[in-house]
Design a protein around this ligand. Structure first.
Ligand SMILES: CSC[C@H]1O[C@H](OP(=O)(O)O)[C@H](O)[C@@H]1O
Length: 406
């Protein structure tokens, strides 16, 4: 990914020769671009838990790469800093599986992480005691790089499928100028590149067949993935966009219909990502998604689209009632982290080390806080689930068939 004056959208840097891993510290974006070395599973857990790297596909990829770099150190570089019992393959496998389960516990809602880690555990268990740690390492390495490469290819396929679906809904290519609303960050910073929901937006913006005029990202409180990350990606790509607060969604939809501004035509699609789509189509996604689906339900000319790779689909769960929703610390709601504003220049203060990052309190001391990281949108409110293979819509029975995707 090319960088603009030190800016980059590459969330994950994995050196396939040196077998090293770095992640872009997303807590410092959009003001500083700094990478963090990840050389152990424990560090992988930490950067995922803290949301220095976030996004369902990205945390699965970083989790897998953290396993690979740790095993490379222990098995190839023979620096066994992790006390693996390498002279007893059966014991070594048990130790490794325990560390992978620890990694899975970092964020429980996004299924991509547990799916990928369980695939690696299956690889571990498939290697009999007569195999070797080196052979197992090679198999895990291949799985991890394939996951990364597949994710990138799939995002471009999701983009193309999403553009085709929107053109069909609008009555054909370039039939109608339109705007899109989106929540959280589902772009290059949440994946291996291009993105899912933001990937459809990128593909539409670049497509000669699509008359997308404007994008409205929600700031996405409390973590501000929209204001800090999606806005950053949209500015980076020179995509016409206007940031709004989460509370402005309904009134903006109403206003755009009234004002008939050619540069900001009415919103015709609300496109969101997903952290876990279960068998009936119920979808866990960033908190605020359910609210947008409810708004779309009351606006017949708006389609509500979920964009996700098949790695985000969990057929083992029948409905959204089974999804564990991650609860985040209350301080992430009562305190806001960002660039410190210089009172003289009224812009973010830049030090020799980069932009000054600070934290301010916005909640009353002593107030209780409820901070679920996600909500669950009932499948009845979803018009289409766009995957890399196809766009899934509900059948005559009003239900999704996701089993047919596999
Ligand atoms: C393609 S990212 C999917 C999903 O992940 C984000 O959650 P978080 O920022 O907490 O990791 C958000 O829900 C996106 O829609």
């Amino acid at each position: 990914m090319s960088s603009q004056a030190g800016k980059t959208l590459q969330a994950i840097k994995f050196d396939r020769e040196q077998v090293t891993l770095q992640i872009l510290d997303q807590l410092l974006l959009p003001y500083n671009s700094q990478y963090i070395d990840v050389s152990t599973i424990s560090t992988g857990y930490d950067v995922i838990k803290s949301m220095q790297v976030r996004g369902a596909p990205a945390i699965a990829i970083v989790g897998c790469f953290s396993i690979i770099v740790e095993l490379h150190t222990a098995i190839v570089a023979k620096q066994n800093d992790f006390q693996y019992t390498l002279n007893d393959f059966a014991v070594f496998k048990t130790q490794l599986v325990a560390r992978i389960h620890y990694l899975i516990s970092s964020r429980p809602t996004a299924v991509n992480l547990s799916n990928a880690c369980n695939e690696i555990i299956a690889l571990v268990e498939s290697h009999s005691n007569s195999s070797s740690a080196a052979a197992l390492y090679a198999a895990i390495y291949s799985y991890g790089v394939q996951l990364y490469d597949d994710d990138l290819a799939n995002n471009f396929r999701i983009g193309a499928n999403g553009v085709a679906y929107m053109n069909q809904i609008l009555g054909g290519e370039n039939a109608t100028p339109y705007s899109i609303m989106t929540v959280c960050n589902t772009g290059a910073l949440a994946t291996s590149g291009h993105g899912t929901a933001l990937g459809i937006i990128r593909s539409a913006w670049r497509s000669p067949s699509s008359d997308l005029k404007h994008v409205f990202p929600l700031e996405t409180r409390p973590y501000n993935q929209g204001a800090r990350l999606t806005a950053y990606e949209l500015v980076y790509e020179n995509i016409a966009a206007t940031l709004i607060t989460d509370s402005m969604a309904s009134y903006l939809i109403h206003t755009l219909k009234q004002q008939q501004d050619a540069a900001k035509p009415p919103i015709r699609f609300i496109i969101v990502g997903a952290d876990r789509i279960v068998r009936n189509g119920d979808t866990a996604n960033k908190i605020g998604t359910f609210q947008l689906a409810t708004i779309a339900e009351h606006n017949p000319d708006i389609r509500f689209i979920v964009a996700a790779p098949k790695t985000t689909i969990d057929l083992k769960m029948a409905s959204g009632a089974e999804i564990v929703i991650e609860q985040r610390p209350g301080a992430e709601l009562t305190q806001v982290t960002g660039g410190v504003i210089d009172p003289v220049t009224s812009s973010v203060r830049v030090l020799e080390t980069g932009a000054e990052i600070g934290k301010v309190g916005v909640g009353a001391p002593g107030i209780s806080v409820w901070n679920p990281a996600f909500d669950v949108t009932p499948y009845q409110l979803i018009d289409a689930i766009v995957t890399e293979d196809k766009v899934v819509v509900k059948g005559p029975d009003g239900k999704f068939d996701l089993v047919g995707l596999f």
